[in-house]
Design a binder for this molecule. Structure first.
Ligand SMILES: NC(=O)C1=CN([C@@H]2O[C@H](COP(=O)(O)OP(=O)(O)OC[C@H]3O[C@@H](n4cnc5c(N)ncnc54)[C@H](OP(=O)(O)O)[C@@H]3O)[C@@H](O)[C@H]2O)[C@@H](O)CC1
Ligand SMILES: Nc1ncnc2c1ncn2[C@@H]1O[C@H](COP(=O)(O)OP(=O)(O)O)[C@@H](O)[C@H]1O
Ligand SMILES: [K+]
Length: 511
């Protein structure tokens, strides 16, 4: 699914009105109706007091539509106008007048802190103060109102976007954002929903289709792509009857050092589980029996050194190499990395200590084969591209790095983001149960296993990240967050494949 910027969405809004020959009021009615339907389905007539806080722009207009429909259906509703300016939008005004037709109670005008209402914990707050038209941080009593609502225990539902967040710009004032329990957003998710500094304000969200122009959606280059099950299904490359282990390639896993051989074990088994035809692990001598006894299917080549890797040589040409997991940073290992990077025509996954070595020896960047896949977690990323001022600055630097070095950069974490040149792919699978040692090692094996099966580097990255997260979701479903270990993620790669084509309804997006 595409993610559009606030400017693109306003443009879509205009084009839709033109092409569908409808009024902007009708489009607002559609949006409000969708929120109403969601609420009605979930509340089912419950006698809860719904307090709707409307700004004076179109987000506020949506709030008024929602209020009118709820009142018409017998809900107990109190509508407030957060009157921060007298520049009320046309559709706000139209709906302000319309709400008079269904209630004798006029919306309550708020103009200062003295107007803040009493709110009970059992009430529901609907936040329609600011939408994607926010253009500066809320100030004064409006900022205080947001803080007042945040301090309240009542359930908070935001319309389109939590008020105070910009759809795709850095946040300046964290104290001026509504912390929503749930957000109902129109047509597409917003980029801020997925970034570490702003996602905590969003919690759960649903996307509500409001019928924006399909040609615009199809033909407009988005600012990011969201990767969920339907996209992953499209990435999957089916097997043919006469395919054999040669077709699925031979992965070389290079990793492990004394005390960290497990990293190579996890990557090796992940490469097998995702479907590599053959996997050879290249490990220091001390890893030999560990690999042979834990994964009998794997072949093992050992370095001449007992405890670390000093020279990587194989008697076959790997179809993909993943390097770095548990590798250590011995001087001889640095030289070995430099040498192996010069192998021609082999796709690479570069992880963990291989990334750290590169960060400490920036001249190695020149040896990175083009289209190599780098899989840093935020700490490794900082060492690689330098610090950033905010999430957007991070993405800008990551894009620049990807372009300059012609690599795929996978920024791991919740909502892992794959950066390729100036494109962003945001993963939706995965959960905090995956914050456990070795889960990144499993990811490297997964991606290498896909490369070896012929997935191109970008596809292997985006699909691999999705499958790894999906395996993690299944593991967490079976074991609970705390008990998941990286091996459980690897074990569930098979279930992730089966799940990919199961007919079950898509789960609600949540983080
Ligand atoms: N796109 C779509 O397809 C559809 C969109 N729809 C809805 O429209 C929403 C966008 O509406 P919108 O553009 O009217 O902007 P909105 O967020 O209501 O507020 C802007 C107002 O606030 C003001 N203002 C800004 N910052 C401020 C601040 N810090 N402090 C004080 N004032 C501030 C600004 O005025 P300014 O003073 O800057 O001139 C302006 O008056 C969108 O989120 C969705 O809910 C649906 O109805 C239909 C389909
Ligand atoms: N909260 C989370 N939600 C989704 N995925 C997560 C979360 N925490 C960690 N992960 C995933 O787990 C993996 C952790 O990788 P990494 O930090 O390199 O682990 P390690 O170095 O121990 O192998 C990444 O793929 C990351 O995206
Ligand atoms: K809002």
């Amino acid at each position: 699914m595409k993610i559009f910027s606030a400017a693109q969405l306003s443009q879509a809004d205009k084009i839709t009105i033109e092409k569908q020959d409808i009024t902007s009021e009708a489009l607002m009615e559609r949006a409000g109706e969708q929120v109403f339907n969601w609420l009605h389905t979930h509340l089912d007539g419950a006698p809860v007091t719904i307090r709707i806080f409307c700004g004076i722009g179109n987000n506020g207009g949506d709030g008024l539509v929602i209020g009118r429909l709820l009142i018409e259906h017998g809900y107990k509703v109190v509508v407030y106008v957060v009157n921060f300016s007298d520049k009320r939008s046309k559709n706000f005004l139209l709906n302000y007048n319309k709400i008079k037709n269904v209630t004798k109670d006029w919306p309550i005008l708020m103009t200062s802190q003295a107007d803040f209402p009493e709110i009970s914990d059992e009430d529901m707050i609907v936040d329609a103060i600011f939408g994607i038209g926010l253009n500066r941080s809320p100030e004064g009593w409006v900022r205080k109102l947001i803080q007042y609502l945040n301090a309240n225990q009542a359930f908070k539902l935001s319309v389109d976007i939590p008020s105070g967040l910009y759809a795709n710009l850095p946040l300046k004032d964290k104290e001026a954002v509504l912390k929503a329990d749930h957000t109902l957003t129109f047509q597409t998710a917003k980029l801020c929903f997925f970034l570490p500094e702003t996602a905590p304000f969003v919690s759960n969200f649903n996307i509500l289709e409001i019928g924006l122009d399909l040609d615009f959606i199809k033909n407009t280059e988005p600012i990011a792509q969201l990767i969920s099950k339907p996209e992953a299904q499209a990435f999957y490359q089916p097997r043919n009857k006469f395919d054999h282990k040669g077709t699925f390639g031979h992965v070389l896993i290079v990793g492990g050092s004394y005390g960290k051989i497990g990293a190579a074990v996890l990557s090796t088994s992940a490469a097998f589980k995702i479907g590599a035809g053959m996997v050879t692990a290249f490990v220091p001598e001390c890893g030999y029996s560990i690999l042979q006894s834990t994964i009998p299917e794997a072949m093992v080549i050992t370095d001449k050194e007992e405890k670390f890797i000093s020279n990587i040589e194989t008697d076959f040409k790997p179809s993909a190499i993943a390097i770095g997991m548990g590798l250590g940073k011995n001087k001889a290992t640095v030289a070995a990395l430099k040498k192996v990077l010069q192998l021609k025509d082999i796709p690479f996954v570069i992880d963990a200590d291989a990334l750290n070595i590169i960060s400490e020896n920036k001249s190695l960047l020149d040896f990175l084969p083009s289209n190599s896949i780098l899989t840093p977690h935020p700490g490794e990323l900082k060492r690689l591209i330098g610090t950033w001022k905010n999430d957007y600055d991070k993405l800008k630097k990551a894009k620049k790095f990807s372009e300059k070095h012609q690599v795929v950069l996978i920024i791991k974490g919740a909502y892992t983001i794959t950066v390729y040149e100036n494109k962003l792919y945001i993963n939706t699978s995965g959960n905090p149960g995956m914050g456990t040692a070795g889960s990144g090692d499993a990811l490297s094996g997964v991606i290498a296993g896909l490369l070896s099966q012929g997935y191109d580097p970008l596809l292997a990255s985006v699909f691999g990240v999705y499958m790894h997260g999906s395996a993690g979701d299944i593991a967490t479903g079976q074991l609970g967050f705390e008990a998941v270990m990286a091996g459980d993620i690897v074990e569930n790669i098979s279930e992730a494949y089966l799940e990919l084509f199961s007919r079950e309804e898509a789960h609600e997006q949540s983080q």
